[in-house]
Every structure is written in structure tokens, then in C-alpha cells.
Design a protein around this ligand. Structure first.
Ligand code: NAD
Length: 346
């Protein structure tokens, strides 16, 4: 299966291939950027299909805490030592942490060289590997340093997901549910009955999610409008992740809770029925995702919304479902209403 990503500048168009990586022929030098865990599990199977002039493996330690400028400097150093030139190719081989970092490195090494994403987590296959947002974290927050830089191809191989821990798998499903609720009622209904342990269903999930992400990216590559809809659930999730020190929940788990909170706000505003809120909640629960969170201090939680980089001009941007399969972006919701909704989670 293939999905075309068609951008305004057609020279940057690329394809996402699902389960089609039989042979990867590149006629230049290649640097594979991976981490210790993914490299240990799957590097051999990548090397078996890769044919290129010369290859270098750059292995980073595993973890979001290494998604920083120090790692970027180390990778750049190794690229120079390996004498990669402007025609060389970087392969990002790992989850979203690796694809964000490898993409960023590719965007700045000698002012930009090609990179290919081979995502190995479900979250990266359905979301992070497509769309060209790259970057790293710093002490001021997540993903605050980076660039928009599209890959030249993406290969999503469902076989890599066989070694993914269950929680990581579920975290990826949360991002797919996000897209279904925002854009595609049919996909939502399909998910209600789907068994994702079956390979064809998993392939369908990846296909449908990438397709929806592609449409949002094609319409709005730089996130000035509809692409922001992909942040559904994230306004709440970022506060929860911050409050819990990024330790208690995986990102996708915090998104699941955030979706449930955003839905309560949508119900309050008459955008979503109680019935549909419960349907979405039940779907999240079906895939072993958390939906509840006890807010310790409502005022502290509310104030934390303003630390989010998506809060523009001191206005909180809420992405809300307008029924299942529709969305609304709202920046005009009074503190009073938001506080009433937060108090449901006390
Ligand atoms: P991750 O890259 O940290 O991977 C999660 C864990 O799974 C890691 O321990 C990793 O080593 C391990 N892993 C990866 N593949 C595996 C496999 N096949 N088998 C076993 N273990 C495996 O996290 P993630 O959830 O993939 O991505 C989260 C990151 O993605 C965050 O940094 C987030 O900011 C970023 N992100 C970016 C975008 C974007 O559009 N650029 C979108 C969403 C998320």
C-alpha cells in the first residue's frame, strides 16, 4: 500500500509505503540513525534489505531525555567524521524520538540532505514520521527547537511492531483515534469493531491514519490552520505530562486522557452528545488507554494551559470534536466554563 504526500512545492512530494520494504537501493553513502534498543532488535533486518555505496550506523541512547541539542551535536560530529556529503542519505530508524532528531539533523547538515523515515513504533508510523515536523527539546519545553523538513520517503513496516511493548502500542492507537474522531466517522466505527492483532487490520489502521494525516499536512504544511486539529487532546495532555514529570504516562496515554477532557468541554458547549462522549471513551478503554486523571489543583492546572506553545496571544486554543468525525477550533471559551469542566476531573 502506498500513500502520496502532495505538497505545494511538488519537488518535495514523497510516498509513504506500508509493508513494502523488500529492498532499499540507494546509490550514495547512508547513515542510519537509531537507538540502542531498536538497533539491537531490528538493525539486522534493515541491513539485509539495504543496498548502498557505504553505510554508517549511529546509535543514540534510548529515551526522550536524549532528544536534545547535545545528541544532535554528537550525530553531526559522526556525520562529518564519516564524510557524508550533500548527496548522502540519512535513515531514521526508530520511534518518534529518533525520527524527530534524525530529521532535524538532516535539515541542518550541510544546509540539508535527504532523509528516509523507517518508523518502528505505532505512534511514529501513524503520526510522527509523516509531515516533516522535526526537532528536539530543551529546558524550556518539548520540541521548541526544530524545523519543518519533509522526508524523501517513509516505510512503515508492521512487522517491527511485533516487539513493541503493549503500552507503547496503545499509545500509538490513541493518536489514530484522535484522527478518526476529528476527520473520519467511518474509521471510528471500524475501530470500534477492529481487532488490531490481525495484521490486515493493523495495516488498515496505519493506512487510514497516514491518509488523514497526509490530508491535513497537504492542506496546511506549516500548521497555520487545519493541521492544528491534530493537537486534539494535546492541550490537556501537555499539562498532565508536565504535572506528572513526563514519567507517569506515555505521551499517547496523556493524549487519551486529554481527548476525554476535551470531549467534556465539547459536551458542555453542545458540540458533542453525552452518548458520543461515552462512545469515544469506550473506544479508548477498549484499547487499554487511560481516560481518567485526578486534578490536584484546578487553578494550577488552568494556568498551565498558558505555558503551551500553542496558546497564542494568551488565548487557549481548544480543538474540540463537533460530533464524531468533525471538529471545531475555539479560542473564545471563558475561564468559567473551562473551570466547570475541569472540576468534573477533581
Ligand atoms: P520513542 O521514540 O521514545 O519510542 C518509544 C519506546 O519504544 C522507546 O523506548 C523505543 O526505543 C522503543 N521502541 C521503538 N521501536 C520499537 C520496537 N519496534 N520494538 C520495541 N521497542 C521499540 O517514542 P514514540 O512514542 O515513538 O515517539 C514519541 C516522540 O515523537 C516524542 O518525542 C514526540 O514529541 C514525537 N512526535 C513527533 C510528531 C511529529 O509530527 N514530528 C508527532 C507525534 C510525536
Amino acid at each position: 500500500m502506498q500513500i502520496d504526500i502532495n505538497l505545494k512545492d511538488i519537488s518535495r512530494n514523497y510516498k509513504v509505503y506500508i509493508d513494502e520494504l523488500k529492498e532499499l537501493k540507494i546509490d550514495t553513502k547512508v547513515a542510519i540513525i537509531t537507538n540502542s534498543k531498536v538497533g539491537g532488535l531490528h538493525l539486522d533486518s534493515l541491513l539485509a534489505v539495504l543496498k548502498c555505496k557505504e553505510k554508517f550506523i549511529i546509535t543514540l541512547p534510548d529515551g526522550e531525555e536524549y532528544k536534545n541539542l547535545k545528541s544532535i551535536e554528537e550525530v553531526l560530529e559522526q556525520l562529518f567524521v564519516s564524510r557524508l556529503d550533500r548527496s548522502s542519505v540519512i535513515i531514521a530508524f526508530g520511534g518518534g524520538v529518533i525520527s524527530d532528531m534524525a530529521g532535524f539533523v538532516a535539515s541542518i547538515y550541510q544546509r540539508g540532505i535527504r532523509f528516509i523515515n523507517i518508523p518502528t513504533t505505532l505512534l511514529a508510523q501513524v503520526d510522527a514520521s509523516v509531515g516533516g515536523k522535526t526537532g528536539v527539546n530543551n529546558k524550556f519545553g518539548k520540541n521548541l527547537i526544530g524545523s519543518f523538513y519533509q522526508p524523501s520517503a517513509v516505510y512503515c513496516e508492521s512487522k517491527f511492531l511485533q516487539t513493541l511493548p503493549k503500552r507503547e502500542f496503545a499509545a500509538g492507537v490513541a493518536e489514530a483515534i484522535k484522527m478518526a474522531v476529528m476527520f473520519d466517522k467511518e474509521m471510528f466505527e471500524w475501530l470500534e469493531g477492529a481487532n488490531l492483532e490481525e495484521k490486515t487490520n493493523l495495516q488498515q489502521l496505519i493506512y487510514k491514519s497516514v491518509f488523514l494525516k497526509a490530508k491535513a499536512v497537504e492542506a496546511d504544511e506549516r500548521e497555520k490552520g487545519v493541521r492544528a486539529v491534530l493537537n486534539y487532546g494535546h492541550t490537556f495532555a501537555h499539562v498532565i505530562e508536565n504535572e506528572t514529570g513526563y514519567k507517569r504516562f506515555l505521551h499517547g496515554e496523556a493524549v487519551a486522557i486529554g481527548i476525554n477532557m476535551a470531549n467534556s468541554l465539547a459536551v458542555k458547549l453542545g458540540l458533542l452528545t453525552d452518548l458520543d462522549r461515552d462512545r469515544i471513551k469506550n473506544l479508548l478503554i477498549k484499547f487499554n488507554l487511560p481516560v481518567e486523571y485526578k486534578i490536584a489543583d484546578l487553578d494550577v492546572f488552568y494556568d498551565a494551559f498558558f505555558l503551551d506553545k500553542k496558546s497564542e496571544n494568551s488565548k487557549i486554543k481548544f480543538i474540540l470534536p463537533n460530533g464524531i468525525g468533525g471538529y471545531e477550533i475555539r479560542q473564545d471559551i471563558s475561564k468559567d466554563i473551562v473551570m466547570q469542566v475541569l472540576s468534573e476531573f477533581k
